[in-house]
Design a protein around this ligand. Structure first.
Ligand SMILES: Nc1ncnc2c1ncn2[C@@H]1O[C@H](COP(=O)(O)OP(=O)(O)OP(=O)(O)O)[C@@H](O)[C@H]1O
Ligand SMILES: [Mg+2]
Length: 247
């Protein structure tokens, strides 16, 4: 099956410092692919290449089977590649509803000018992902961190994201809020969206992931399917260790 997005042998350096040293990585539609690794491993660099923030120095990038060369994130967004960053996701003083419509011309908003109808569509989009909010006119800043992440994800899907990139969406959250976000990520599979889920937390990864790639100092230590790897093995790999102790 042609992957939704695929990187082959990607290299990226900042000055003399190599951040990625020939990494290959692929995401399928309807798959949650977790990207794990310690601080500085190259996770954010990898997803910035996926999101068109900067091009790789070397290597190839295919989206839906075609080679792509993004000159800006806007070009990636136009193809349906959405990124939700931990902090910059939404405007806190604006309502949930306005955040959804933000950046889109009202006329293009599903061809609707009627706010009541818009509200109905937005509510539908949220509830499809298991997010239930009683008042969409509340400012986003009054939501919990988990609800905010969920709204940002639902918004990206609402606008037709095919590939959803999540950079540490659960790291600042408590247990209950994190599990709410994990539930939304799980629903992405049903919607058919491909997800790249960056996390430091192997337990969060194992709860929702179909496959797991571990980066260490700019290199991939391998991609593993669900059931092939356990929590302590992911933890060991993230620290640069071998998968299994060799005798
Ligand atoms: N814009 C930049 N300029 C210079 N060096 C950078 C830049 N972005 C990343 N780096 C370096 O590249 C390496 C990989 O960084 P990256 O942010 O991809 O790691 P990460 O896995 O996302 O880490 P973290 O878990 O801390 O977010 C690090 O050594 C980092 O210092
Ligand atoms: Mg990072």
């Amino acid at each position: 099956m042609t992957p939704l997005a695929e990187l082959r042998g990607v290299e990226k350096r900042f000055g003399v410092l190599p951040a990625l040293k020939g990494v290959s990585f692929a995401v399928q539609r309807g798959e949650v692919h977790c990207l794990l690794g310690d601080n500085g491993a190259g996770k954010s660099t990898l997803i910035k290449i996926l999101a068109g923030v900067f091009p790789p120095d070397r290597g190839e990038y295919y989206f839906e089977g075609r080679p792509v060369f993004f000159r800006s994130p806007r070009e990636a967004i136009q193809l349906g590649i959405a990124t939700v960053y931990q902090d910059l996701a939404l405007l806190p003083l604006m309502s949930v509803l306005r955040n959804f419509i933000l950046g889109r011309e009202p006329v293009k908003f599903l061809g609707i000018l009627n706010l009541k109808e818009a509200e109905h569509k937005v509510r539908e989009s949220l509830e499809r992902l298991g997010v239930f909010l009683d008042d969409l006119h509340r400012p986003v800043g009054m939501l919990s961190g988990g609800q905010r992440q969920a709204v940002a994800i639902a918004r990206a899907v609402h606008w037709g994201a095919k590939l959803l990139i999540l950079d540490e969406p659960t790291s600042a959250l408590g247990v209950r809020q994190a599990s709410q976000v994990l539930e939304v990520i799980r629903r992405m599979k049903e919607v058919g969206v491909g997800v790249v889920f960056i996390t430091h937390n192997p337990l969060h990864a194992l709860e929702v992931g179909d496959r797991f790639t571990v980066l260490f100092q700019g290199e991939s230590l391998g991609t593993f399917a669900r059931g092939e790897i356990e929590e302590h093995e992911l933890t060991r790999l993230m620290a640069g260790g071998r998968l299994r102790v060799e005798r």
